[in-house]
Ligand binder design. Structure first.
Ligand SMILES: Cc1cc2nc3c(=O)[nH]c(=O)nc-3n(C[C@H](O)[C@H](O)[C@H](O)COP(=O)(O)OP(=O)(O)OC[C@H]3O[C@@H](n4cnc5c(N)ncnc54)[C@H](O)[C@@H]3O)c2cc1C
Length: 326
């Protein structure tokens, strides 16, 4: 019996939520009296495997294969299945990133396992995993229980504290992918890295989001949002209205049909606070709203509110933070 965590690799290294799952995974493994196992897949795995070792996994499985150079669902799902079988895993976890959500969903089907998607908490009860999901804009928490021997969950980033590396880890064991290139239907013809070193929205501890409130001068409005975000080392988010109006690309959208974020600080600028937007950011620890309408619904959800014109408030805030943070 073991708890297996997929350590997703990106060009910048493993996704940081892997180390959140390392801490929670240890708690679950101890409760199940089992081992904590990491799985690292890629054309190159040594650095991520060493990082997993340093985060206290009892065993680190590596599957190193040129076919895994780019994420491809069928190849990664085959690797996941190999590792689950090799490690006798009964709990399989991955960060609920785009790839993590897809891999856990498809992987669960392949394993005949139950799936809890986008869980925000995990615990063991009676020797079984219980996954907690948040629904209706974080107003209700639902327990998901499993009827299958293998229990799979994708976990929303920033649900658990980050485990610091302690440099005490177990052995690294290499597994075979067991697939030839011809067996993989998806082919990657070209891949492009988006320009700039933006802070990832789902991993960010601070998010500054802009909404339709910038409509009178969207270019200036989002420049001001971005300036404040830069000073705070924050990611830039947006409401759907801002995305639909073409002020900013979809990848920045927060909400029911965008990304779900859970930062320590969420600053909503010119956003009214529609239920579909709250669905994506209602779990933020501290919410600050800037809106010129004191009756805007966002103020009901916000911990702090500034009633004012964003074109005046944002430059003043940016200067104030610059002075404070140097
Ligand atoms: C199926 C479905 C899915 C959806 N998914 C999402 C989703 O994922 N994410 C999402 O965000 N929405 C989503 N929506 C849309 C959602 O219902 C709202 O329409 C949207 O969130 C509104 O965006 P907004 O707050 O930016 O715009 P508005 O509601 O128009 O609010 C703009 C706010 O800016 C304020 N303002 C105006 N000028 C200024 C100024 N100069 N300074 C300060 N404040 C100012 C106004 O007072 C107002 O409160 C979805 C809707 C549906 C039906």
């Amino acid at each position: 019996m073991s708890v297996l965590v997929w350590i997703e690799q990106t060009p910048d290294g493993p996704v940081s939520s892997s180390w959140e799952l390392a801490g929670k995974g240890r708690e679950l493994a101890d409760a199940l009296d089992g081992k904590l196992v990491a799985l690292v897949m890629g054309a190159e795995t040594s650095a991520a495997a060493a990082a997993a070792q340093a985060h206290g996994f009892d065993t680190v499985y590596t599957i190193t294969d040129p076919a895994l150079a780019n994420y491809r669902l069928s190849a990664y799902a085959a690797g996941l299945k190999q590792a689950v079988t090799a490690g006798g895993a009964t709990v399989v976890l991955a960060a609920a990133t785009n790839f993590g959500r897809e891999l856990t969903a498809y992987g669960a089907c392949q394993l005949g396992a139950g799936l809890a998607a986008d869980a925000v908490d995990l615990r063991v009860e009676g020797g079984k995993l219980v996954a907690v999901r948040s629904v209706y804009s974080n107003n209700i928490l639902v327990d998901i229980v499993f009827e299958t021997p293998v229990q799979v969950a994708s976990v929303r980033p920033r649900s658990f504290p980050l485990l610091e590396a302690s440099a005490s880890g177990g052995e690294i064991t290499a597994l075979d992918l067991g697939l030839a290139e011809d067996d993989i239907p998806e082919k990657v013809l070209e891949s492009k890295v988006t320009a700039g070193s933006e802070v990832s929205l789902t991993d960010a501890s601070v998010v500054v989001s802009g909404g339709r409130g910038v409509a009178s001068d969207p270019e200036k409005g989002f420049a001001l949002v971005t300036e404040l975000a830069d000073v705070l080392d924050a990611a830039v988010g947006a409401s759907r209205a801002a995305v639909d109006a073409g002020y900013i690309p979809y990848k920045h959208q927060v909400g029911q049909t965008g990304k779900v974020v859970r930062p320590d600080l969420y600053i909503a600028v010119g956003i009214s606070g529609a239920i579909q937007h709250l669905a994506g950011m209602g779990g933020s620890k501290v919410i600050v709203a800037i809106n010129k309408d004191s009756e805007a619904p966002i103020f009901e959800k916000a911990n702090y509110g500034i009633v004012g014109d964003l074109y005046e408030v944002l430059p003043a805030l940016t200067v104030a933070f610059q002075e404070r943070l140097g």
